[in-house]
Design a binder for this molecule. Structure first.
Ligand code: TYM
Length: 354
């Protein structure tokens, strides 16, 4: 049983606060931007871990609508996307009774901690962030301050619950490193309030789910024909997998695998059982592989996994009242945790004048 009310040991008047604050070790936090439909990358990079962690940890998972405004200022589809992300998370097995499932903009405490952490973030390091450089290249007409301070907002999301574990895909590694830097700077300059949050995956490595066109990764808003979405129909999945990049097949036994074939095997490892991967690997190594067979198997196994999730998500997405209740209760749990952290933060910073 996971409890959301944390005991906080601090006294307003105690100058030796450092020794009074115990840093919790079992808190998990993560988020997903509602910038499009969720895909296999989101599932295997993040949501699969959410579902596994919900039984053992105190978990805060949110829809990062504020982050999406840094690149998607048009909000006409935002509400629908938020409901879909919630529905798909639940359809994948997340239980809103066990976790706090909320929407980022409902947690008002975020703005305050974001402000304090912004004073600990340097322009130079923010400009060097890989995602900032990528997004600035993609959206040259909208290089806004929110985009620059994106990692600060993300660190805020994590630190506001004093989370230690952050289940994310490989693409978020640098953001996690920055969150640790901001936490360290705060702890060193003021008092030891924050743990060191770590990117987490149940298997040892963080995951990058590749796209089907042989380059890059699956993505919500780019590369849509090479991305398999949790809402794709069986036919769409078959079409996309059939079009996946491959070649004429190996000509010599045990030859090096080209990148696009490695990607197909990586996807097979994720959705199929071990024996299936092993079977095709042996066929690759003795040059008898037929990529058509591999793709048919891959499509079958993706469909087996996605089809029930899609059906469950469709039911849930039409149940707005239920999703609103989930969001509201999630925000209440998240707010209890965030306001407790902010008391510690203000106190540590000496912003306690009464
Ligand atoms: P976002 O919305 O881009 O992605 C959500 C989660 O899915 C993972 N992911 C992938 N993993 C493997 N392969 C892929 N192809 C792939 N594509 C996406 C991401 O790593 C992520 O875990 N900045 C975050 C959202 C965020 C957040 C946070 C995350 C905001 N605040 C606090 C953790 C903690 C993002 O843009 O994720």
């Amino acid at each position: 049983m996971v409890y959301y009310l944390r005991s906080i040991n601090y006294k307003m008047s105690d100058s030796n606060i450092k020794n009074e604050i115990s840093v919790p070790g079992n808190i998990v936090m993560s988020g997903i931007r509602p910038t499009g439909k969720l895909h296999l990358g989101n599932y295997f990079g993040a949501m699969q871990n959410y579902v596994k962690m919900q039984n053992e940890y105190q978990c805060y998972f949110m829809v990062a609508d504020l982050h999406s405004l840094t690149t998607h200022p048009d909000t006409s589809e935002l509400k629908d996307n938020i409901f879909r992300v919630l529905a798909e998370n639940i359809a994948c097995g997340l239980d809103p009774e066990k976790v706090a499932l909320y929407c980022q903009s409902h947690l008002y405490e975020t703005s305050e901690l974001y402000l304090y952490l912004n004073m600990l973030a340097y322009k130079g390091e923010l400009e060097k962030t890989a995602t900032f450089k990528d997004k600035a290249r993609l959206h040259p007409d909208n290089i806004n301050a929110g985009l620059l301070t994106y990692p600060v907002l993300m660190a805020t999301d994590i630190l506001i619950h004093r989370a230690s574990y952050v289940p994310v895909g490989k693409d978020q590694e640098q953001h996690l490193e920055m969150a640790r830097n901001f936490a360290n700077r705060f702890n060193t300059r003021y008092h030891n309030v924050f743990p060191q949050p770590k990117a987490f995956n149940f298997s040892s490595n963080l995951v990058k789910v590749p796209s089907l066109d042989g380059s890059g990764k699956m993505s919500k808003s780019e590369n849509q024909m090479a991305t398999v979405y949790l809402s794709d129909t069986d036919d769409e999945i078959r079409k996309k997998v059939k079009r996946a990049k491959s070649d004429q097949g190996p000509q010599t036994p045990n030859s090096e695998m080209p990148e696009e074939i490695k990607n197909l095997f990586l996807l097979l490892d994720l959705v199929s059982d071990k024996e299936t991967s092993q079977y095709f690997l042996e066929k690759f190594n003795d040059c008898s592989i037929r990529y058509g067979d591999l793709k048919n198997q891959l499509a079958d196994d993706m469909i087996k996994f996605i089809s029930p999730v899609r059906q469950r998500a469709e039911e849930l997405v039409n149940n707005e009242n239920y999703l609103k209740k989930v969001m509201k209760e999630g925000a209440e749990k998240a707010s209890a945790s965030a306001s407790a952290t902010l008391k510690l933060v203000r106190n540590a910073m000496g912003l306690n004048y009464f």
